[in-house]
Design a protein around this ligand. Structure first.
Ligand code: GTP
Ligand code: MG
Length: 154
């Protein structure tokens, strides 16, 4: 977690200018960590965080919209009921390498977004089944200027 005294950060290369302005990044980092832990244990975080929730009928293009926002093709898309599990996507701005880290594989850095997509697909329940347990993925990307949180039921 980023701190104001400049000690270790869980979001390496984060945009430090956000820190300098208001400390907002520290707060959002904390809220992201809290949200990650709560969701992993079946709770939700009932606070007014910057979130985007995508709702729509089957194959309406929800996953495609989120890919557009993130700027990467990393979600399973297609015909039929594709997304059968909610996905919590947390965006972290970085100045360097673009990568993803899953909540269920915290020690593995995914730099190939085709593999991110394959991992999300692998975490979907069997065809015609649904799960309410979110897949958690943090995306570190130079595209985002501000830190955003997307909570997607997709
Ligand atoms: N023509 C067109 N096709 C689109 C558009 N957006 C998405 N698609 C296609 O529509 C199909 C469904 O898109 P998805 O993004 O998977 O839709 P979804 O709402 O996430 O679908 P489910 O997760 O199954 O509910 C895919 O083949 C997309 O490529 C669009 O704006 N125009
Ligand atoms: Mg989808």
């Amino acid at each position: 977690m980023a701190t104001k005294n400049g000690s270790a950060t869980a979001a390496p290369n984060s945009a430090d200018e956000i820190d300098a302005v208001s400390g907002e990044k520290d707060l959002i980092d904390m809220m992201n960590d809290l949200q990650t832990k709560l969701v992993a244990n079946g709770y939700s975080l009932d606070l007014a965080l910057p979130q985007i929730v995508v709702v729509g009928s089957q194959s309406a293009g929800k996953s495609s919209v989120l890919e557009n926002i993130v700027g990467r093709q990393f979600l399973p898309r297609g015909c039929g009921v594709v997304t059968r599990r909610p996905t919590l996507i947390q965006l972290y701005p970085t100045q360097g390498e673009e990568y993803a880290i899953f909540g269920h594989k915290e020690n593995q850095k995914f730099t190939d977004f085709k593999e991110v997509k394959a991992e999300i697909a692998a975490q979907m329940p069997a065809k015609f089944n649904f799960s309410s347990i979110p897949i958690q993925v943090k995306i570190y990307s130079p595209r985002g200027k501000n830190q955003n949180i997307i909570y997607a039921i997709i």
